[in-house]
Design a protein around this ligand. Sequence first.
Ligand SMILES: [Fe+2]
Length: 289
Amino acid sequence: MNAIVKFPSLAELNAGTPAGLELEHLSPTIGTVVHGIDLTKPLSDEMFGFLHRLLMDRQVIFFRDQDISLEQHLEVCRRWGSLETIPFLQHHPDYPELLHIKRDKDNKSYENIWHHDVTWRTEPSFGSMLRAVSVPDIGGDTMFSDMYAAYEGLPEPIKRACEGLEAVHSINVSLGVYADADKLHEMSKRFPPATHPVIRVHPETGRKLIFVNRAHTSYIKGLRRDDSRYLLDYLCDQAAKPEYQCRFRWVANSIAFWDNRSCQHYAVADYFPKPREMYRVTIAGDRPC
Ligand SMILES: [Fe+2]
């Protein structure tokens, strides 16, 4: 297990910011907008190192006014690792790693549920970088929830009860809302359920966090069905507490880049029938422990 990394205070973070950058923190523990950066230019090693530490500390970082090409979007994400494709979502015809997320009155969002992405994978993603192409004048925000703070806020007896428990995550839990039975059968054969610890230790920060979510977690192993349901509901409900959250208001060319291992997100579906269009690139992750 990694040693626990001491999280810097906001004052320490601000003091350590490279010249030319300015940080706008959206809540005490999660979410920071980085002003003064141009992602059309390659990141220096120093800037990459700063942004990576900031991402680990703040769990989600944001940028404004980034009129980057699709290739630049892919390129900046490759600095963080290999890219992954999501098998059943629409991607760009020339770039399989680029998800095209386009919602309108005929194709409504189903991401208005608290979740870590793709925890039905054996190795759920490291994180994703989402860029807004066009957004409604008002509405369509994305919310993020700090699963370290959610864990730390649990009563000690609940923390002890969760120690050593594992949960099963299934693609059917999320796909069931919009795929037909044949598609479900095919996808669940390709991606059998994955088992992950209920309380995960983050591989870089060494901190513990709640790693079950409403969208993908089926049940907790070793418990009777009712007991699994009660505990799972209780743990999943923690993500919905405003004290653990930040909320991001999009405009075109805004970017959100989240650490999928530590935080959950929720796409607020309050803007239909207006359209909302995004591109997302996802970086491959590791096996939770
Ligand atoms: Fe998501």
